[in-house]
Design a protein around this ligand. Sequence first.
Ligand code: FAD
Length: 482
Amino acid sequence: KVVNDVRHVRGEYGCVTEADVRHFRSLLGEPNVLTGAENVGPYNVDYMKQASGDSGLVLRPKTAEDVSDILKYCNDRSIAVCPQAGNTSVSSGSVALFDEVVLSTERMNNIINFDPVSGVLVCEAGCVLESLMKYVDGHGYMMPLDLGSKGSCQIGGNVSTNAGGIRVIRYGTLQGCVLGLEAVTADGTILDCLNTLRKDNTGYHLKHLFIGSEGTLGIVTKVAILCPNLPKHVNVAFIGLDSYDKVLKLFSIARAEFGETLSSFELLDNTAVTYVESKLHLSCPITNVHPFYVLIELASSQPNVGQHMENVLEKALGDSVISDATTTDQMSSIQKIWKVRETVIEALLKLGYVYSFDISLPLNRFYEIVELTREKLKDVADVKTVCGFGHIGDGNLHLNVVTSQRNEELARMIEPFIYKWTSKCRGSVSAEHGIGLAKTQFLEQTKSKSAIDLMRSLKNSMDPKCILNPYKVIPAVAASDQ
Ligand code: FAD
């Protein structure tokens, strides 16, 4: 099977037999063992419709013990397993490539404990992020991450991808907030690292083996997360600017003026906003058209944060750093503004096939690659648009190229172009979406050979039969090299 110009050969795994299906039914009960194209179909396609698997079996365990039994059995029989949570991966990590068994965590959705003094939440891996947000909100806390996919993604998927999102500038990536976790390794061992302490320097921090390893080293079954207090006052501004240089000036002003209250600083170019308006019929929060828009969110326990935001933006307007702005502290207006930022991918998917690049770059080179890509593709007939948006406060650009359908020749041209350029700037080929299947052959643009060798050796030692999410993260051989 050739995917993204890489020839993947099915590993020498066991094929699922009727006897295996009977075994899993006895273990999990009939309704939690899905077979047949109609039942398995939705688990075989990813959100971006970039990858489709040929799995014929989905298992829905309820407990870590179930997961342990499944993995032990699969390891003994050399059956490959693809862990799947909310299936919102945009790197094609969550669907099978060949006939791997899909292990869905959707039934593992219990909240185990919440400590209202420390703000530590302990829950099962299959809890949907949005439901956790609502739950801790009721206790005066918030989840330390927020993503556009919150209605579907699960905390186990978030941990396994070390998800970023729109509040990294304030709370960091998820790895800093995960205090502990429980995971099941390939041979079925239940590894208890479910620490709820903030400080614990007792040897290797084993939880980090599972944070961001995209299901290749073990299956996360429980997590303990430190939740920040819910801010009492939130203010959001949507700002129009006429150049990227001015966006950078505004970022410097925002960091200096707003300090620890700055919880988001997001960028959208005009092209991205135009498609949100035309494809989703949402209106841009400011009426005049500008080449760039910035969304700033401030969150504080103090009430004067809104007035401060207005004063700073008024001065920036007087100094011609910004061209236009609207601010609000009303929840319904805040949600409307965020919707414009969070639905860009949804709008682009309505336009056509989306080549989505999630790269980290130094801020002074951040938007250059969008312009270079536009220039490179200006005469390519099928290219409908090139746009950029992202978490500029974290140096994380989402660069998107939209065509009517996937075109391998175009992919062969733009993927190396963008990733080589990213590498030259000492950026990262994956800022927050992981490597999955989509970016394995570009990993070496960001990681050294010695680092990739160590990853391989860890994988071999923890999963010698390579049953856990094979073909993902660690590079296979490119088709052109065979
Ligand atoms: P899945 O997609 O099901 O799985 C992701 C990976 O983790 C796969 O490799 C899977 O095999 C593995 N996995 C899943 N569960 C487990 C487990 N329990 N144990 C071990 N491995 C497991 N990402 C960001 O970081 N920031 C964003 O701002 C952001 N915005 C998004 C907006 C939209 C509209 C969409 C569609 C996606 C966005 N994403 C974002 C990407 C995606 O939502 C995240 O990567 C998310 O963390 C994936 O969670 P999930 O539950 O859907 O996991």
